[in-house]
Ligand binder design. Structure first.
Ligand code: GLN
Length: 628
């Protein structure tokens, strides 16, 4: 029993590990919210327990992949007490099989207090393993030839759940042994009914020892997570219970774990749970996570007052009610990219590509998918936060998300705020279809807040914006003469000064204001265009008469050059996005180059065209691949 408060390693022992996580922040706020709650009384019927401080308060959450979030006195040791009961029940099931165990103890909720002396009238069996009578009967089933062996087996079993070696709190053990007259009475009744055979003091002593095992709130969270995974300790990866036993353990926790509060608990909180008289509560959301709270003041039914409040809040805020949670969860992170590995559909010239390859790491694109709920989003957020330090721009794309619950909405917005506070640019894209998110954002922020959140549109638009930010620093001023304009053209790579001058002499300059259609789809092609300044959009029209922008081009790029190769009609329309300046090359002039002694220039342009088209095809292949 710790007598010096607070916990040995400070009030917020593991805060720094996830201080940037919305979950860490949430837990701290939750801790603050209930730290001042002064209801309930510390148990004193075991005298040694009376030394606990009412102010001790820790919360921990462990995920099914072993991540632990903890706050407050999460490393403060206390005795496990009744929380040992479901775990020892699991041990008995595995050692003897269900039939034998059922013979000694039923699985019906009693609706009575933990220390009630209620045995089935005909069989003398305790009603369930969560009340003391049942737990004492179950303790008698712990295998081992001697008392010492049985104790060791117990400690090892619970230690496997915690992922570390556990010890007894000898003071609490002695205190309980010397004053546990009611439990002693129960043990003797069980002996009388033939449920215990042999000396009832032996089972009783092991039961007292099992209750006096020292744990922390963090331990309990990991133990709970062992049940959430179906029996594998997520930290040590050791199997601690067979899946079939996990189901049985969780069932009795569901119906009986919170004594005569069990019905209301499962109705409101919706997680199988077990409380202990030293102030611990362990709760499990199968498939998602384990929760633990430590706070000694208890209510009249022997459950931690703060523990109940914390679990209730967690369940509501994160959508953790067992019967309200989808069963199947698939990872939320479909893919992650940087601007170096994934570009927008905007075509880029070689110098821009070099800049993006070099600085692209600062832009991170995360494609989320499937159903976003606490468990799936938690995992994705962790990956995002781990990488955030190196990033200046983060795009979270929800295009492929099927749906998300309110907990996910909340975490997403919290994540966005966390990242914004770190000075990052955060763009959420693909939001349009998510009405749940819309409603949440409107309620939390405003209608305008929602519009603002949606302003980046689709993933590709956001990616292009980020690229523009990266490229801005290295953008050159617009060229003034034709030769320097041509020098920046990807199609002119490798041309010497005289060739550039020859080419320039063939070109006609044109300027167009923003919004002009400069090429119509289907029109015959007789020239191609070098874009000198400004931006144009490639537009296609679908059968329904809607137009779609499929690409944007900027200075240094060409359009209409595909027809240089095949002379086919225009495949798409081109519209100026800004005021734009062009240099136009007539195919007629191009075709005459070899006849005028410019065969080398002609060949070089064809070769460059092939290179440009090849690169575009590679990009298209990469995109098709990413769509799988
Ligand atoms: N050791 C305690 C007892 O038997 C356990 C009770 C509990 O935690 N609710 O009284």
């Amino acid at each position: 029993m710790p007598t010096s408060a607070p916990a040995p390693n400070g009030a917020h022992p593991a805060t720094s590990a996830h201080s940037h996580s919305p979950i860490g922040r949430y837990l701290r706020a939750l801790h603050d919210k209930y730290a001042r709650l002064e209801e309930g009384t510390v148990a004193t019927y075991i005298p040694e327990l009376g030394r606990a401080r009412p102010g001790w308060f820790g919360i921990a959450i462990a995920t099914t992949d072993g991540q632990v979030y903890e706050v407050g006195d999460s490393r403060c040791p206390f005795t496990i007490q009744s929380i040992s009961k479901p775990l020892v029940y699991g041990l008995a099931l595995e050692a003897h099989g269900l039939k034998t165990v059922l013979h000694k103890c039923g699985v019906e909720p009693s609706g009575e207090a933990f220390n009630s002396i209620s045995l089935e009238p005909t069989t003398g069996r305790p009603l369930n393993p969560m009340i003391n009578a049942g737990a004492i009967a179950v303790s008698s089933l712990v295998p081992g030839a001697t008392a010492a062996e049985r104790e060791l087996r117990l400690l090892r079993h619970l230690g496997d759940f915690a992922g570390r070696d556990l010890v007894l709190d000898q003071d609490v053990y002695r205190s309980e042994r010397d004053t546990g007259h009611r439990n002693r009475a129960i043990a003797h009744l069980l002996r009388n009914a033939g449920i215990l055979t042999g000396n009832p003091e032996d089972a009783l002593d092991l039961y007292f020892r099992q209750c006096s095992i020292e744990v922390t709130c963090r331990d309990l969270a990991v133990m709970a997570a062992c049940l959430a995974t179906g029996g594998v300790n997520p930290v040590t990866r050791q199997r601690v219970l067979a899946p079939i036993s996990v189901g049985r353990v969780l069932s009795v926790m569901t119906s009986c774990g919170m004594y005569d509060f069990s019905g209301e608990w499962i109705h409101t909180v919706g997680m199988p749970a077990k409380s202990g008289v030293a102030g611990g509560i362990l709760a499990v959301l199968p498939g998602q996570l384990g929760v633990a709270v430590f706070s000694p003041p208890l209510d009249a039914r022997g459950n931690s007052v703060r523990g109940i409040r914390v679990c209730t809040d967690l369940s509501i805020d994160f959508g953790l009610h067992l019967f309200n949670t989808p069963r199947v969860v698939s990872p939320a992170l479909r893919a992650r990219h940087t601007a170096a590995t994934r570009r927008s559909r905007r075509r880029r010239v070689a110098s821009e590509l070099a800049t993006l390859a070099h600085h692209g790491n600062r832009v991170r694109l995360y494609e989320l998918r499937g159903r976003l709920i606490f468990a799936t989003l938690e995992l994705a957020m962790r990956a995002i936060l781990e990488e955030a330090a190196a990033a200046t721009h983060l795009i979270l794309d929800l295009e492929r998300v099927i749906d998300l619950d309110r907990a996910a909405c909340r975490l997403l917005l919290d994540l966005r705020e966390t990242l914004l506070a770190q000075g990052k640019q955060v763009m959420l894209t693909g939001l349009a279809q998510h009405t749940v998110l819309r409603d949440y954002v409107v309620a939390r922020l405003t209608e305008d807040g929602w519009k603002d959140l949606c302003r980046h549109g689709a993933r590709d638009d956001a990616l292009e914006l980020c690229e523009a930010d990266l490229l801005r620093a290295s953008t050159l001023p617009a060229p003034q003469d034709a030769v320097s304009a041509l020098q920046r053209q990807e199609l002119c790579a490798g041309l010497d000064e005289p060739s550039l001058r020859t080419l320039a002499s063939l070109l006609q300059p044109q300027s167009h204001p923003a919004g002009s259609v400069v090429v119509h789809a289907g029109a015959p092609a007789d020239s191609m265009v070098f874009l000198v300044d400004g931006e144009v959009e490639v537009v296609i029209h679908d059968d329904g008469g809607h137009s779609h922008i499929v690409g944007r081009l900027g200075p240094g790029m060409t359009f209409g050059e595909m027809a240089l190769a095949d002379r086919m009609p225009r495949s798409a329309a081109i519209r100026t996005h800004t005021d734009a300046r062009f240099l136009v090359l007539k195919f007629e002039d191009f075709d005459q180059l070899p006849g005028r002694g410019q065969a080398a220039l002609h060949a070089r342009l064809i070769q460059n065209l092939a290179a440009v088209l090849a690169r575009r095809l590679r990009d298209a292949n990469a995109e098709v691949l990413s769509l799988r």
